[in-house]
Design a protein around this ligand. Structure first.
Ligand code: VG1
Ligand code: CO
Length: 543
């Protein structure tokens, strides 16, 4: 009998975070660690028995081994057929699309997104449901409970499959279809944007650079930009996915995409630049003047959505995560669109998109996406920008300037304090949350607090309530301060502090962000004794 059942002791720490289970590679390498979590997935998603599973990952270290483990377990758990990307590769957006396109019951995506890879880096496992989106909190809660109670997992004796050629193979009773990871996704993009117009833009010699950061978007970007749109070879930088991302941090921020930033702001820089992250769902776009803040990008794309085929039938509404700046709210107001404010993480947009309540969503953390799939989508956002540049004939700078003069500029920054003592950080936030209402009327950093609360969200479609989604301080003027703990870190706690201020006077638009937001920085220092508690006088990352 090729089937076996292996007894295991449950692990206590398999609680999915903002985006799946994310840990150090070494943790995932402990005997049965992957298997326990994967068995809990099969037990939590009964539709997979006799059903269809999409499988793939961003190619990072451990991707290949984990996929073979999951293939054997899927067959032993009665999955009827499995669709897997060639060489085990699927970007997160491509996996979301494949689930929808092929009517799969669920998908398992192996990635720790923008976290570093390699033996000393991070690994992750994400579960997506039949709408193509991340599992809801109800499902991840059940999944976590299952990881704590299960006592065995099912697998079968089978050699590793060769995943290097598209085609059909079998593993035990299950059918496995190895698919081209890029083609379907590239076809989808061609339905979303005016490829003719972008091709003319490319032919006009407009300089464009896309930095794939040695991560999963390389093959996608080469096919779309260099093959289908006719941008010259070399447009895509770092286009070979590497298991350790070349030792770099595949996070599209000005700090980690430093070479791109330098090129974009040099005298011979191109008109447009962009970068994506490890699994291809994030995007950062640059003009000659530097990066566009993701919150501004969402607002600007909303303003110009009518110019691209994806929104030829109009836009119903927009959604942003709560810490994302309010810039998009002002565009939505002018265009008479509804705005939904959700907790951090793409899973909260799924129901809004399924119900047709919104067509465009975004997060301050370089995430933008539409109704074409149920994940944020880095290349989609880049193509959206290129489509707008192509049909307006304007530069990124000119578009931003016009946007600010119409709606004002929302200055925005995030400070991250990383690797803090976990329990102390949690205690600090809990303590503040318990007394947050008392801050109304209080002065912090010389600014008067108008309202202070703990953000709580009720999903308007499913009715699910998510509590404790961050602390909000709204000040007398337009200033806003948000505090929350990250749910994607793998070492200690990361405290994220988000600051914004809206300005309407054109003379302020060129001011340095740090100067404009200095009072908010003082405000959080008044609020939290970071120096005394954690010995930190400045943030580890300013994004
Ligand atoms: C972070 C971002 C959040 C994003 C999430 C997953 O979560 O803040 O906006 O959705 O990462 O993105 P957190 O809990 O660390 O703040 V990805 O590209 O890492 O899947
Ligand atoms: Co990502």
């Amino acid at each position: 009998d090729p089937f076996t059942e292996i007894a295991v002791k449950p692990f206590p720490d398999q609680k999915p975070g903002t985006s799946g289970l994310r840990k150090k590679v070494a943790r995932f390498q402990e005997p049965h660690y992957i298997e326990t979590f994967v068995q809990a997935i099969f037990d939590t998603v009964p539709a997979l028995k006799g059903g269809r599973l999409v499988l793939g990952g961003d190619g990072r270290y451990l991707n290949a081994e984990a996929l073979q483990i999951i293939l054997r377990m899927a067959a032993a758990n009665g999955v009827r057929d499995i669709l897997i990307g060639r060489d085990g590769i699927l970007s997160t957006p491509a996996a979301s699309h494949l689930i929808r396109l092929r009517g799969a019951d669920a998908g398992i995506i192996l990635s720790a997104s923008h976290n570093p890879g390699g033996p000393g880096g991070d690994f992750g496992i994400k579960l997506n449901m039949e709408n193509g989106g991340p599992a809801s909190e109800t499902v991840t809660r059940r999944l976590f409970e299952r990881t704590r109670s299960l006592t065995s997992y099912k697998t079968l004796h089978h050699s590793d499959l060769d995943l290097s050629c598209p085609g059909q193979v079998k593993i035990g009773p299950a059918r496995v279809e190895i698919v081209d990871p890029v083609a379907d996704y590239a076809d989808l993009m061609a339905t979303q944007f005016d490829f003719e117009a972008i091709r003319r833009y490319a032919a006009s010699g407009a300089g464009v650079v896309f930095d794939a950061m040695n991560a999963v978007t390389g093959p996608y970007a080469k096919e779309i930009f260099e093959q289908r749109l006719g941008f010259p070879e070399g447009t895509v930088w770092n286009g070979e996915p590497l298991t350790d991302f070349g030792g770099c941090h595949p996070d599209p921020t000005p700090v980690h995409a430093k070479a791109l930033l330098e090129f974009m702001t040099s005298s011979d820089g191109p008109a447009f630049g962009a970068a994506s992250d490890g699994d291809g769902d994030r995007n950062l776009v640059f003009g000659r003047g530097g990066p566009v803040s993701p919150s501004d990008s969402l607002a600007l794309l909303t303003e110009h959505a009518h110019l691209v085929p994806a929104f030829r039938n109009g836009l119903t509404g927009v959604a942003r995560s709560m810490p994302t700046s309010s810039a998009v709210d002002r565009v939505a107001e002018a265009l008479e669109l509804s705005v939904h404010e959700t907790p951090t993480g793409w899973k909260f947009f799924g129901n809004l998109l399924d119900a047709g309540l919104v067509g465009l969503c975004g997060e301050e953390s370089a995430g933008t996406g539409g109704a074409h799939i149920r994940e944020k989508d880095g290349l989609w956002a880049v193509l959206f920008w290129l489509n707008i540049l192509a049909v307006t004939g304007q530069t990124v700078e000119a578009l931003l300037k016009a946007h600010w003069s119409r709606f004002g500029r929302t200055f925005y920054v995030r400070h991250d304090y990383e690797d803090l003592d976990q329990s102390l950080a949690q205690e600090t936030i809990d303590h503040l949350a318990a007394s947050v209402k008392r801050y109304a009327g209080v002065s912090l950093g010389g600014l008067q607090v108008k309202t202070a609360d703990v953000f709580e969200y009720q999903d308007p479609v499913a009715g699910e309530v998510s509590k404790n989604q961050g602390l909000r301080f709204q000040f007398r003027n337009s200033e806003r301060l948000i505090l929350r703990l990250s749910g994607t870190g793998t070492s200690g706690a990361t405290l994220r502090i988000y600051m914004e201020r809206h300005e309407t006077a054109a003379k302020t638009f060129g001011a340095p962000v740090a100067t404009v937001l200095a009072p908010l920085r003082r405000a959080y220092k008044d609020l939290l004794a970071l120096e005394d508690l954690f010995g930190r006088s400045k943030p580890d990352a300013v994004v």
